[in-house]
Design a protein around this ligand. Structure first.
Ligand code: SF4
Length: 186
């Protein structure tokens, strides 16, 4: 019974947010998937800025994502660059036009108002509750967590700065605030 209640709540919240997102997209002449792709590229780290990672994040086929990326590229919102060591790998990066569209589109006003109301009640840490719920859903679905780098179990702080324990490469402060397809829950 409790599970049904939680599912119902999440479904209704998601429907409200999607509805707001659709309204924004219509006014900008975009589909929601276009905005979701731009938002992802603006937040992902260097290990996750590929069409394959975006497909995993969106839970969509490579073909659908490829069409989305072509359109965004044509509109001048993002660019593709071949990897310097492996030419088969393509990296995605936001262009100024894409950043400007994102600025206009996010965050949803409805979400901001709800978040403000929630923060007024400080007896419960809602961010932790929702983060834990999302993690549980992702584990049940066996999907990538795409969590923030600084919350990953491989994120390491050394005397010289931050290091990724998985790739052994140094990470910047900015890297630590990005999302990663290799993220593992601590
Ligand atoms: S520490 Fe984790 S999240 Fe950060 S880059 Fe490494 S694998 Fe990705």
């Amino acid at each position: 019974m409790e599970n049904v209640g939680v599912f119902d709540l999440i479904e209704r919240m998601a429907a409200l947010l999607r509805s707001e997102e659709r309204k924004k997209c219509t006014s900008l002449g975009l589909q929601t998937v276009h905005l979701q792709a731009l938002n992802y590229v603006s937040r992902c780290n260097k290990y996750s800025d590929t069409p394959a990672a975006l497909s995993n994040f969106l839970g969509m086929t490579r073909g659908t994502v490829s069409q989305t990326l072509s359109l965004l590229e044509k509109k001048g919102y993002l660019k593709k660059t071949s990897d310097t060591t492996d030419r088969r790998v393509v990296h995605l990066a936001l262009l100024p036009g894409g950043s400007a569209i994102l600025e206009q589109a996010k965050p949803a006003e409805l979400f901001c108002q709800a978040a403000t109301l929630l923060k007024q009640n400080d007896t419960l840490d809602y961010e932790t509750v929702y983060a834990n719920t999302l993690t549980a859903l992702q584990k049940a679905n066996r999907s990538h967590s795409f969590g923030l780098c600084k919350t990953c179990r491989y994120f390491t702080t050394t005397a010289d700065g931050f290091v990724c324990g998985l790739t052994k490469e140094p990470l910047t402060q900015s890297d630590s605030e990005k999302i990663c397809q290799e993220h593992a829950v601590a």
